[in-house]
Design a protein around this ligand. Structure first.
Ligand code: FAD
Ligand code: 2HG
Ligand code: ZN
Length: 481
């Protein structure tokens, strides 16, 4: 039993959600350890509510006892936002039991789902109605829609459909007071005052607990085709992107890049995966979605790649001929994060830059990192079409990871984030801030922006009970690690 297992809030919580859904004993590591296994917290209890009313009652009980609460969906976040700190005083509120699809309105092209619905289940529910919910990311088998909205997740379809924020029309949120804001509107237009929905999206559990969402759906495209191409330089990848956008317009639904070091690691860790093209400095994965038919999409792809070859933008290209080949191509791209985790420690930077500045940023930063940190390997990959790179540095086996993180990580982050700011970028394109980028955010965001953010936090969560120490530093000593 945990030392704090007799805390008076626990009796209240058991009365609200039932004893079976207040976990204090046994192996709680699936909830208490983050996906990357970098942070191990200790919760006062893991609480698993089944309804919005239960969430509201849990929140009120925590508020009455002055107990802080960490909302959690699938625990796939990459910035240490979804696990408790080490104090043993925080309630871990896991939304996983709230996984019902409440409504699908095919005429309005919307669906309303509970926050704990796994993203893949949301996609499947839409597909069963011959509709598309386009949000798509490597963690879709375990991340939840609540977590996706709380982090404003991006993924591989942003180019065409936008990120999680663009795919959400309404929210239901439990406030720090325990009140419920019922904003589950399916309206595409509503100008009645401040946009409360957008306040909660991307707030990483620090302003309210998302319990349900109304999401935008789209007609299923008749054909989706995938291709891979190799390029000698990032400049050529960008020229290929411009060509693809000019030729395919909104039919271009994905444009991902991978440097050779990323794919080399995938080859090493997952030798069974098929690579359609030979190693090259850069490999691009393109996806076209077509409203007409497969022949149309294939012809468009073939013309596009022929032109790219003629203009020497690409050195080689392959269009997937079967669904299996298409899955194999995506599998390579989606395996980089797993391969990196398998190979050991890394320092991640999920940065955004104007696409036009990416070559200059990389030329400058690659050289500076290679000089100052010769022991690191650069895995540079990501959503080039969105100007979002995963500029990750993999530690090699000879480096003591704990030592590196303690002594050198912040100098590495400073180097990279200074260059990001110099080139007009952002230190987080999609994973968010959590505790991992909290200090950097305080350095890089304008004082006015930080003051506004703090004012919003103070207004919505005056006692600092919701995910304290995430995004913004705590002002009452409650820290998140
Ligand atoms: P969690 O990890 O449980 O939580 C994330 C944050 O949201 C925490 O701050 C938590 O407190 C808060 N939160 C969770 N649920 C709620 C709720 N109901 N109400 C309020 N706050 C809540 N991200 C991308 O953007 N694009 C990608 O392509 C991408 N790919 C990934 C691939 C892999 C293999 C992995 C492991 C992660 C990836 N991620 C990606 C990162 C991650 O942000 C997403 O997986 C996802 O959005 C997190 O959802 P989750 O349910 O796991 O949230
Ligand atoms: C992706 O695009 C995810 O695959 C994860 O955002 C990136 O591993 C990473 O840093
Ligand atoms: Zn990503």
């Amino acid at each position: 039993m945990k030392p704090a297992a007799c805390h008076p809030v626990l009796a209240d919580l058991k009365a609200i959600v039932g004893e079976a859904h207040v976990l204090t004993e046994g192996d709680l590591s699936a909830f208490e350890v983050d996906w990357r296994k970098r942070f191990r917290g200790t919760a006062l209890a893991v609480v698993r509510p089944g309804t919005t009313l239960e969430v509201a009652a849990v929140m009120r009980a925590c508020a009455a006892h002055g107990v802080a609460l960490v909302p959690q969906g699938g625990n796939t976040g990459l910035v240490n936002g979804s696990t408790p700190d080490q104090s043993g005083t925080q309630i871990l509120l896991n939304l996983g039991r709230m996984n019902r699809v409440r409504e699908i309105d095919d005429a309005n092209l919307t669906m309303t789902v509970e926050a704990g619905c796994v993203l893949q289940a949301v996609q499947s529910a839409a597909a069963q109605n011959n509709l598309l919910f386009p949000l798509s990311l490597g963690a879709e088998g375990s991340c939840t829609i609540g977590g996706n909205l709380a982090t404003n997740a991006g993924g591989t379809q942003v180019l065409r459909y936008g990120n999680a924020r663009d795919l959400c029309l309404g929210l239901e949120v439990v406030m720090a007071s325990g009140e419920i804001w019922s904003g589950l509107s399916g309206l595409r237009k509503d100008n009645t005052g401040y946009d409360l929905r957008d306040l909660f999206i991307g707030s990483e559990g620090t302003l309210g607990i998302i319990t349900a969402a109304t999401l935008k759906l789209y007609p299923q495209p008749s054909a989706v085709m995938t291709a891979m191409a190799t390029c000698e330089s990032l400049e050529r990848c960008i020229k290929l992107l411009q060509l693809a956008q000019a030729r395919a317009g909104s039919a271009l639904t994905g444009f991902e890049v991978m440097n050779e070091t990323s794919l080399e690691l995938v080859r090493k860790v997952f030798p069974q995966l098929r690579h359609p093209l030979s190693p090259s400095p850069w490999t691009v994965l393109l996806e076209l979605s077509d409203a007409e038919n497969e022949e149309h999409a294939r012809a468009l792809f073939e013309r596009l790649l022929e032109q790219a070859l003629e203009r020497e933008l690409v050195t080689d290209a392959a269009v997937a001929q079967t669904l299996q080949q298409s899955h194999d191509m995506w599998h390579l791209r989606e395996s980089i994060t797993m391969a990196s985790a398998d190979a050991g420690a890394s320092v991640k930077h999920d940065i955004a830059l104007p696409v036009s500045r990416i070559p200059a940023f990389c030329a400058q930063t690659d050289a500076a990192v290679a000089q100052a940190f010769p022991e690191l390997r650069l895995l540079n990959f990501g959503h080039l079409g969105d100007g979002n790179l995963h500029y990750n540095l993999q530690l090699n086996d000879e480096v003591d990871a704990a030592d590196f993180m303690r002594v050198r990580e912040s100098a590495l982050n400073d180097l990279i984030y200074s260059a990001v700011m110099e080139h007009g970028g952002s230190i987080s394109a999609e994973h968010g801030v959590g505790t991992q980028k909290r200090e950097q955010l305080a350095l890089r965001k304008s004082p006015v922006a930080l003051k506004l953010m703090q004012a919003i936090k103070d207004a919505l969560d005056p006692a600092n009970l919701l995910n304290p120490g995430r995004v913004l530093a705590s002002r009452n000593g409650m820290e998140g690690h």
